[in-house]
Design a protein around this ligand. Structure first.
Ligand code: UDP
Length: 344
């Protein structure tokens, strides 16, 4: 192991970081070409950090980093490749681990590769961080709460999951293993922090990857196709604009008091899916019909949905001084502007 944290928990290699002063550091972002990852890379570059991205471009896209490639080095590789992970972690001072198989549809379609990426990949990243003594932020998900009926959801709440025969829950399980691993390394004093994202949306959302419902409805509404609302549309989510997601992620990584903790990062406004469909139709100015659709036709048989998901963000408010600031209407307007520009 190189360099035990002898000089205090808020030190990245030789570079001291306090909550008020952020000295530029060499940062590795796994999954940095993905939807959230690329926005994080933008924010890190704007803050003056030096960024390397490790991404296998499975759902991430090099074009998400267009305009940054003079400052950002993109390594096309997988977190399942322990050798590349080792090299990249060694070269960094701080690691943001966002690479994962994401999106419920994707998980249900390919449960094996999703599970292996989300468990072995994270094991590789965390083990390398431990060997080289690098602080690491692990991106997790509100999906870890499963189908709990306690609202709002607080970070230390019980998790409630369904049967192992329902592939959906494998994502929650894999991400919970990632959190357990990170917390186990924290018990060995490795500086880690975990953030749980709640339905982030914004420019670069991708139907194939993250953000499926917003991306689906946007595509459908702009193409004049029916908006496929699953079930009766009364299931709800708290949609969080990506700038809020990224700001919370940066604060979690750069606030020393956040070390060793898990943070919910999500909007507290609960929106039923039917209401989201109406709002997107209205914002786009679309006369697409709303088409109630069975879960089965989209996810296949035996699917189980999460009915509600609402975060308690008091920990993020108190420790990170973070609060979601962008309304769903504003966030959708910005996302639609991007969509129209890039999809014609
Ligand atoms: N959903 C929908 N129509 C779609 C895609 C998704 O009604 O075309 C629903 C989905 O069944 C779920 C909610 O929207 O109830 C959120 O789905 P998403 O896959 O975006 O993320 P989740 O929060 O379930 O991880």
């Amino acid at each position: 192991m190189t360099g035990e944290p002898t000089d205090g928990p808020c030190t990245f290699g030789a570079v001291a970081v306090t909550s008020s002063t952020i000295v530029p550091v060499r940062v590795l972002v796994t999954g940095g070409a993905g939807y959230i990852g690329s926005h994080l890379v933008d924010a890190l570059c704007e803050a003056g950090h030096e960024v390397r991205v490790l991404d296998n471009l499975s759902t991430g896209k090099a074009e998400n980093l267009a305009g940054r490639l003079d400052r950002v080095h993109l390594v096309n590789g997988s977190i399942l490749d322990a050798e590349i992970v080792e090299q990249e972690v060694a070269a960094a001072q701080l690691v943001f681990h966002l690479a994962a198989a994401v999106g419920v549809r994707h998980i249900v379609d390919d449960p094996l590769n999703s599970l292996l990426t989300n468990t072995r990949g994270t094991e590789n990243v965390l083990a390398a961080c431990f060997r080289h003594w690098r602080k690491v932020l692990v991106a997790s998900t509100s999906e870890v709460y499963g189908k709990t009926s306690k609202f709002p959801m607080s970070e230390d709440d019980d998790r409630v999951l369904g049967s192992t025969s329902v592939h959906r829950w494998s994502y929650s399980t894999a991400k919970a293993i990632d959190e357990h691993l990170a917390l186990a390394y924290a018990a060995k004093q490795l500086p880690i922090v975990i953030v749980r994202y709640f339905n982030s949306y914004g420019p670069r959302i991708d139907e194939r990857g993250y953000g499926s419902v917003v991306a689906n409805f946007l595509r459908q509404a702009t193409a004049g196709e029916p908006l496929t609302v699953h079930g009766d549309g009364s299931q709800s989510r708290c949609f969080t604009y990506v700038d809020d997601t990224v700001r919370g992620t940066m604060l979690a990584a750069f606030t020393p008091e956040a070390e060793g903790l898990v943070f919910n990062l999500g909007s507290t406004r609960e929106t039923p899916i039917l209401e989201l469909a109406e709002l997107i139709k209205q914002s786009v100015g679309s006369d697409s019909p709303i088409a109630p659709t069975s879960y089965e036709s989209y996810y296949g048989p035996g699917f189980e949905d999460t009915r509600r998901r609402v975060p308690d963000v008091s920990r993020a408010r108190e420790i990170l001084d973070w609060e979601p600031t962008i309304t769903l209407e504003d966030g959708l307007a910005r996302t639609i502007e991007w969509w129209v520009k890039t999809h014609g």
